[in-house]
Ligand binder design. Structure first.
Ligand code: SF4
Ligand code: SF4
Length: 512
């Protein structure tokens, strides 16, 4: 067992109001510069919708993430080293600017300097890239608030199954929820393995994935390989940039900017301890519906004395072990199992997880003429919610509706129990028992999901600066092991090129 620690995130989608504050504050911090006007390290999508860039979830088209070859080996969908070499100067699997959107500004000056006349002066849109007047025809969230949904959301790649006819786009029949997205800082990052220059790397001490701007040669293999399309090319420098998980803040023990400013208070940050020796095996799990369990199996119980001893041996500091014990991410993703990874079938083992949204379940019981106090009626309603289980399963469980249904039933039982208690009753424990929760666990989960304060939501231990010199010395070490690859050092499985323990002088995100 090789114990490593990673800072990870959970988002409770029930609480996201789609205000985009996280995206704007992230942009102001990291991409408020020339060359990355179109880039949103954090963006908030409306689902159903095609996302940003358009249809990024269609891996048949974009070749992102990992797949198993005929011998069951993990291979990059974008191909081995030779295939990628052939597409070095002409890569057909890169989204174009049109797939993101053309950034615009407005002729604000016209509002102030237009001569007096009959008509009200207007500020016309102008392309930031060419400076020419332009028409706004696309954006990072064109479906926002259902604005473009009737026209475009049907092209959502998650709506490919026969069940998709359950999704309606007519007013009063449809549904929407918001999906905030950032780099997943994956345990098995395809971007790192695809980079021919060794510029992308995963930090050993906290798992944050960064780009070394000095090493990046602009080959853009990382853009193709990332199935979440969370690497962007700065068109001014020609180099890759991506979410940095706000590492300067995290090193100081502070939450990321998107978390700090989240209006819905739906983000949680915490450490996860994991067994680096089991990452490769987990990512290569044959049945993609088992990937959730195998990824959870890689995470280690921070209360286990054996794990703590092994972690100390691996150099995890004592205060980090304490932080791992208090981690809200461990509680939500593993202990209570209510958070799920986004598209586990991409096999990158993502580390930003989501509590799926629960539609108004009691309304659904009432609409069906059921008894809102009868757990059987309430559980039955979960399968008839306006957001079809199949849709959530496509997003969070490789299509397995039992997994998503199980989480929603747990949340429903919790809601029903706490509702009764807050109305002065004792709370009926029958429903809780049916979903495997004790009353104490239910109260703890309720505290986490509903009333957690700042210090409970963000448990981020500060970096140990005294280790900085030792961390700098760690080069060419992969945190998850790298089996030899017949397709070249970075073509297959977990071949991670260069891993440093600290950010370089000119770190990822492009900021010197
Ligand atoms: S989500 Fe982030 S870490 Fe994962 S493959 Fe994409 S860029 Fe790399
Ligand atoms: S700030 Fe929070 S509530 Fe607002 S869009 Fe972002 S994640 Fe959702």
């Amino acid at each position: 067992m090789r114990v490593m620690a990673q800072v990870a995130m959970v988002m409770n989608l029930d609480k996201c109001i789609g205000c985009h504050t996280c995206s704007v504050t992230c942009k102001q911090t990291w991409t408020n510069r020339g060359g990355v006007e179109y880039a949103w390290f954090n963006n908030v999508e409306t689902k159903p919708g095609v996302g940003y860039p358009r249809r990024y979830e269609d891996q048949e088209r974009w070749k992102g993430g990992w797949a198993l070859d005929r011998r069951g080996r993990l291979v990059l969908r974008s191909g081995g080293r030779f295939a990628r070499l052939l597409s070095l100067f002409s890569n057909p699997d890169l989204p174009s600017l049109e797939d993101y959107y053309e950034p615009v500004t407005y002729d604000y000056d016209n509002l102030l300097s237009a001569p007096a006349g009959q008509d009200m002066p207007v500020a016309r849109p102008r392309s930031v890239l060419t400076g020419e007047p332009t028409a706004i025809t696309w954006g990072a969230n064109w479906e926002d608030g259902l604005g473009g949904a009737p026209e475009h959301a049907g092209a959502d790649p998650n709506l490919s199954g026969e069940w998709a006819e359950k999704v309606r786009f007519e007013f009063e029949q449809t549904f929407l929820f918001h999906l905030p997205r950032l780099c997943e800082h994956c345990l098995n990052p395809a971007c790192v393995s695809a980079c021919p220059s060794g510029a992308m790397y995963k930090r050993v001490e906290d798992g944050i994935v960064l780009v070394d701007q000095d090493r990046c040669r602009g080959w853009r293999m990382c853009v193709t390989a990332c199935p979440y399309k969370k690497v962007y090319v700065n068109h001014a420098t020609g180099k890759a940039e991506k979410c940095t998980f706000c590492f300067p803040r995290v090193e100081a023990g502070q939450p990321t900017v998107c978390s700090e400013t989240c209006v819905g208070r739906l983000r949680y940050l915490g450490l996860l301890l994991y067994d680096a020796d089991r990452v490769g095996e987990a990512a290569a799990t044959p049945d993609e519906r088992d990937l959730l369990d195998t990824q959870r199996g890689v995470f280690l119980d921070p209360e286990d004395p054996g794990v703590r001893a092994a972690a100390r041996e691996s150099g995890v500091p004592e205060d980090w072990l304490e932080a791992a014990r208090r981690s809200p991410v461990y509680d939500l993703a593993v202990r209570y199992g209510v958070a799920l990874p986004l598209h586990p079938e991409y096999r990158t083992l993502p580390m930003v997880w989501y509590v799926p949204p629960l539609s108004p379940v009691l309304d659904a019981v009432g609409a069906a003429g059921g008894d809102q106090d009868d757990p059987d009626h309430v559980f039955a309603a979960v399968t008839r919610l306006r957001i079809p289980l199949e849709y959530l399963a496509e997003l969070f469980a490789a299509g397995d509706t039992d997994v998503v249904g199980g989480v929603l039933m747990k949340l429903t039982a919790l809601r029903s129990y706490m509702r009764e208690r807050s109305l002065g009753g004792d709370g009926d424990e029958t429903a809780l028992r049916a979903v495997g929760l004790t009353p104490g666990e239910a109260r703890d989960l309720h505290r986490l999901l509903a009333v957690a304060k700042y210090a409970d939501r963000y448990v981020v231990p500060a970096a140990h600066k005294e280790d900085a010199a030792a961390l700098d010395a760690v080069e060419n070490r992969c945190p998850v092991g790298s089996p030899p690859s017949p397709a070249g050092p970075r073509g297959v499985a977990l071949g991670m090129p260069t891993v440093r323990r600290r950010a370089p002088e000119t770190p990822a995100g492009g900021r010197p």
